[in-house]
Design a protein around this ligand. Structure first.
Ligand code: PGA
Length: 249
């Protein structure tokens, strides 16, 4: 049985005071979240502070990036060993904002993925199509290509060590959510594709949905057979909203 994971992607939001309010708020309501694991991915500069604020509460910590190299002359990047020092369990990799605004290729995404796995950090591996790709009927090709970038270079077993986040680009930050049926159809497509290579990996890998998930629509999305949680942007910035999503699992 796959656990549900609700992960917050704070993106480039927050301040020293707001993150304290947010983490304390999540900690206060955490006991009521009984059917999901909760995790937060703050901006890198706040990772040490959030790690401290979390203390021994059962909240997973993740980064929004990870370098594809161990250390050295890579200005602006985050070494996996540094993330480990601050207890990062997850790293978001391949988010559509990184792919589109910072030109991250499938190849670079796969290299970041490999480095995370090597260091025991679980990739939150984001894939998803644009509206134009969906409307022109190439959605499955796009999602397959993004998955294959990792499978071809690292093998199917590497997928068993990540959490996949299916995030249709047209649903991110737009308030337009994929319907539960639309999301379930793509999640099933992903799982079937993986099952053709390994039944075991397909059965165990968590596939999260991301894209305007909130307290009002989470329960229906999370009740779909192949949806194992959510990667939450906007609704992860308020403790009550974020906890409500966790409680609806
Ligand atoms: P959103 O973002 O929930 O604000 O749509 C999701 C994401 O980008 O991970």
């Amino acid at each position: 049985m796959r656990r549900t994971l609700i992960a917050g992607n704070w993106k480039m939001n927050g301040s020293l005071s707001s993150i304290e309010t947010l983490i304390n708020g999540i900690k206060n309501g955490l006991a009521e979240v009984t059917n999901a694991d909760m995790a937060v991915c703050p901006p890198a500069i706040y990772i040490p502070k959030v790690n401290e604020l979390i203390g021994d509460a059962n909240i997973g910590l993740g980064s929004q990036n990870i370098c594809d190299q161990e250390a050295g002359a890579f200005t602006g990047e985050l070494a996996p060993s540094m993330l480990k020092e601050f207890n990062c369990r997850y790293a978001i990799i391949g988010h559509s904002e990184r792919r589109s605004l910072y030109s991250e290729s499938d190849e670079l995404v796969a290299k970041r993925f490999a480095m995370a796995v090597k260091h025991g950090i679980t990739p939150l591996f984001c894939i998803g199509e644009t509206l134009q790709e969906r409307e022109s009927g190439v959605m499955e090709d796009v999602v397959s290509r993004q998955l294959d970038a990792v499978i071809d270079s690292q093998g199917i077993d590497a997928i068993g060590q990540c959490v996949i986040a299916y995030e249709p680009v047209w649903a991110i930050g737009t308030g337009v959510t994929a319907s539960p049926e639309q999301a379930q159809a793509v999640h099933a497509f992903i799982r079937n594709k993986l099952a053709a290579l390994s039944e075991d990996v397909a059965a165990k890998v968590q596939i999260l949905y991301g894209g305007s998930m909130n307290a009002a629509n989470a329960a229906e999305l999370l009740s779909q057979t192949d949806i194992d949680g959510g990667l939450i942007g906007g609704a992860a910035l308020k403790a009550d909203d974020f906890l409500a999503i966790g409680k609806s699992a």
